[in-house]
Design a protein around this ligand. Structure first.
Ligand SMILES: [Ca+2]
Ligand SMILES: [Ca+2]
Length: 171
């Protein structure tokens, strides 16, 4: 934390998590360094590598769970990037796969909830609903790169820059 320069503390990621509730709901969570009260375009995203790539860089064909404040209101969706680094818009533009996802903004935290079954609908697109590499970013003032902050929820394995979410504990 404390690593976003002159940007507001509500885009400074303290912690990020992707967790599962029961068998069904996947919660994409971030804790920020200050209460989330954006005053202009602000993006909280969890980027997901296409299955089998797992390189920790948002490429065309990779996915993103996005909580966007557009200057007026929040909304959440799941997209597939069309241009590197662009979870929303871009050239060619990102594809919206799921819109109007449930989300919550409370105090220093944000979360977006996706049903596991919804992710299962995108296996053919290259989204593995059972195990995926993800990382979280914030962007302030614009949805375009560069990231304002970027975080992993646990230290990545030596020699890698990623980690995985698993539906069930490893056997
Ligand atoms: Ca931070
Ligand atoms: Ca990638």
């Amino acid at each position: 934390m404390g690593d976003v320069g002159t940007n507001p503390a509500f885009v400074d990621i303290v912690k990020a998590k992707v967790t599962q509730i029961g068998r069904d709901q996947i919660v994409f969570f971030m804790e920020l360094a200050a209460p989330v009260r954006p005053d202009r375009t602000t993006l909280y995203s969890w980027f997901i590598d296409k299955d089998g790539t797992n390189d920790g860089i948002l490429h065309p064909g990779d996915f993103s769970v996005n909580l966007l404040f557009d200057g007026t209101k929040f909304s959440a969706n799941l997209t597939k990037a069309g241009q590197a680094g662009r979870p929303l818009g871009g050239t060619p533009p990102a594809t919206v796969l799921l819109s109007e996802l449930p989300f919550r903004v409370r105090g220093n935290t944000v979360r977006v909830i996706v049903n596991h079954e919804q992710l299962e609908g995108f296996v053919a697109e290259g989204l593995n609903p059972n195990m995926f590499a993800w990382w979280s970013v914030t962007r302030y003032g614009t949805v375009a790169p560069p990231n304002t902050d970027r975080a992993f929820n646990v230290p990545p394995l030596p020699g890698t820059d990623l980690w995985v979410y698993r539906q069930a504990p490893p056997q």
